[in-house]
Design a binder for this molecule. Structure first.
Ligand code: NAD
Length: 261
């Protein structure tokens, strides 16, 4: 598998998985157009790849329509033409925990909180896909990968979060189910223009979790443990490569068997 003919555009690229994808894609010879909100994640990512001629970084808030509308034109004016796009940015439980946010019970969840997640995780993904339609699809073969979760089409196991500093919140799973709707809707719509679109659904990824949380979640997973970020990247690289060219409209679970019990 080679990514040497790939120019890969990623949203939310400074996070746990995004930064792993960037490192692995560069190692496989891809050009990487990394984007994220301004801040410490973006700065760390840029510092890690400074001087690499296959790496470029652009600030992008996927919730800001004006920014999304111009992003591919900006990248193309700078001389690169993305043929792979990853809708990876999301408001996640870990991001909220890192920002010191609390996790209200379902009954206390405000419409504003719900819609904030909806706006980033789904409306943002829609806007990036729509811009890909306008600027990329049909000009040359291209692929879109939407990022869902093990909790997209399976309910969360709420008891494993008892006493934990983070929770699985309703808007998360709901938006992750919705993003696969975007995949199947677009797959047939783009097929005549030689573009494919798939969903990846990562399982529980280890990021310094407590022994107790690892034990609880491990009991739900056939493999008996959380994933390493590189294990999700292995599948992501396949979806980004030319070798996945006959795969479209699919959801690839990379979850150690969680969804197969
Ligand atoms: N880590 C896991 O266990 C796991 C499991 C299943 C699915 N996922 C999914 O994988 C993707 C990456 O997850 P992660 O673990 O790296 O999460 P993370 O919280 O570490 O990273 C998310 C990234 O999205 C960015 N982001 C948030 N709002 C944004 C906005 N409005 N515009 C642009 N960027 C924005 C953040 O700055 C951050 O860099 C997400 O879609 C997540 O839902 C992760």
């Amino acid at each position: 598998m080679t990514l040497q003919d790939r120019t890969i555009f990623i949203t939310g690229s400074g996070g746990v998985l995004g930064s792993t994808y960037v490192r692995r894609m560069l190692a496989e010879g891809a050009r990487v157009v990394a984007t994220d909100l301004p801040g410490h994640r973006a700065e760390a990512l840029q510092a890690a790849h400074e001087g690499n001629e296959n790496f470029r970084f652009y600030e992008l808030d996927v919730g800001e329509e004006d920014q999304v509308t111009e992003i591919f034109q900006r990248v193309m004016k700078d001389g690169w033409e993305p043929n792979v796009v990853l809708n990876n940015a999301a408001i996640t439980g870990e991001m909220l925990m890192g920002a010191g946010k609390s996790f209200p019970d379902f009954a206390d969840t405000t419409v504003a909180d719900f819609e904030r997640t909806l706006h980033t995780n789904l409306t943002g993904a829609f806007m990036v896909a729509r811009q890909m339609d306008r600027d990329i699809v049909g000009r040359y073969p291209a692929t879109l990968i939407n990022v869902a979760s093990m909790y997209a089409l399976n309910g969360a196991h709420h008891p494993i979060y008892d006493g934990m500093p983070f929770k699985n919140f309703s808007a998360y799973g709901i938006t992750k189910a919705g993003i696969h709707g975007l995949t199947v809707w677009l797959a047939g719509y783009w097929a005549p223009r030689k573009a494919t679109v798939n969903t990846i659904a990562p399982g529980a990824v280890f990021n310094g979790h407590s022994e107790e949380f690892q034990r609880r979640v491990g009991e739900l997973i056939m493999a008996g443990r959380m994933a390493q970020p590189d294990e999700i990247a292995d599948a992501m690289l396949f979806l980004c490569s030319a070798q996945s060219g006959y795969v479209t409209g699919q959801l690839l679970n990379v979850d150690g068997g969680f969804s197969a019990w």
